[in-house]
Design a protein around this ligand. Sequence first.
Ligand SMILES: *Cc1c(COP(=O)(O)O)cnc(C)c1O
Ligand code: SF4
Length: 447
Amino acid sequence: MVKRKEIKYYTKKDLDRIPQLSNLTYDLIFGLKLAAKVFPFRVNNYVLEELIDWENIPDDPMFRLVFPMGEMLETQHFHTIKEAVEKELPAGEIKKTVQEIRYDLNPHPDGQLTANIPLIGNEIVRGVQHKYRETVLVFPSSGQTCHSYCTFCFRWAQFAGMSNLKFATDGSRRFQEYLRHQKDVTDVLFTGGDPMVMKASKLKTYVEPLLSNEFSHIQNIRIGTKSISYWPYRYISDEDSAEILKLFEKVVDAGKHLAIMAHFNHWRELDTDAAREAIKIIRSTGAEIRSQSPVLNHINASTQVWRKMWKEQVKLGIVPYYMFIERDTGAHHYFAVPLTKALKIFREAYSHLSGLSRTVRGPSMSATPGKIAIEGTAEINGEKVFVLNFLQGRNPDWVKRPFFAEYDENITWFNELRPAFGESKFFFEDELNKILKRKALEEKLVG
Ligand SMILES: *Cc1c(COP(=O)(O)O)cnc(C)c1O
Ligand code: SF4
């Protein structure tokens, strides 16, 4: 039996109160404090006490997962902010410097801000993104934080207070109104932040209405969460743990598929007693757990890590789902891995595992046109190319139509890809531009 635990949070104001940090070098702490000015920072007692290996700092992947470090800042940014701090500039000046650096880090990647937000009549539906026909993302307003923050998170700008939660649902729950009429939608994915930071009573108000007859087209309810990694006690000993599990059972009893879309970056997150207990408890409700993660330099950019992670997941009854390429935002220069390396890791892990692990797809880039997987490389008529494929497309008809880009072993993101065979554009580009133009026009009309 796992002992109970009560959550205690630490933010950048509390850095000096984290006992485990007292043994680290001055340089490390200094870098950490500078980086924590730019990137969001929050950690809890479980991560500090059970997840991080304090004998292995700074290389421990669990440490790098949550603690910003000097190296995560680009050199010129590091020096700018170091200078500002050393000169003891007024707080307002430092804040301004920090904000300028943040704007330099592509805080809102890939048109997330506007291109996916739907309308009812002339009004935007707050807290909803609808990019792919079958699946709607919902961002509950009370779930826009996490049990701990990841240093690489592509939603970092939101946690750094840069987006005023304009993605989150408002009190009107118009998203339900929207979903009621979208009969093509089969999946609702609650995401954040982390929806599992919400109290059970709150989560219920989002989930339960979808169980009624008017939402019979919604077959699958998904919850995107890193709670199994960062706060497994959510399912074990929080005061509303039992209520959470009851809610999960209720969804399953209503005949829907409940998918916990768990975010695991490293097998270490599966390796504590509490995480294993949480996985067992969640599965006992009839919910399925699927897993996804980006490939991250300095954290999991190794075949061994992925092989072991997928193997462990399958053993624990978790279904490997997506391997992602890290988006071009935040500390991208630190975490980015070339597409060729991600592909190599995928192949070398995947090819050594049984079919039960081969449910996983990727490595995939969530970019403006869709989710694009690098299927492999090939030589065609003497030209070395990437073979690419849409796993999801803004137009569903783009899916499973292999296309080709010039091979380049240094490329780390979609926007660097060039069409192969001397072609001037990819097959979807004209249509994508039309779709985006139409969206922009709609928005203008709405004001
Ligand atoms: C990944 C993603 C989804 C879900 O896609 P599935 O392939 O069904 O898991 C939905 N909406 C957006 C915007 C996404 O990026
Ligand atoms: S838990 Fe998810 S949303 Fe929260 S910081 Fe980590 S990656 Fe981002």
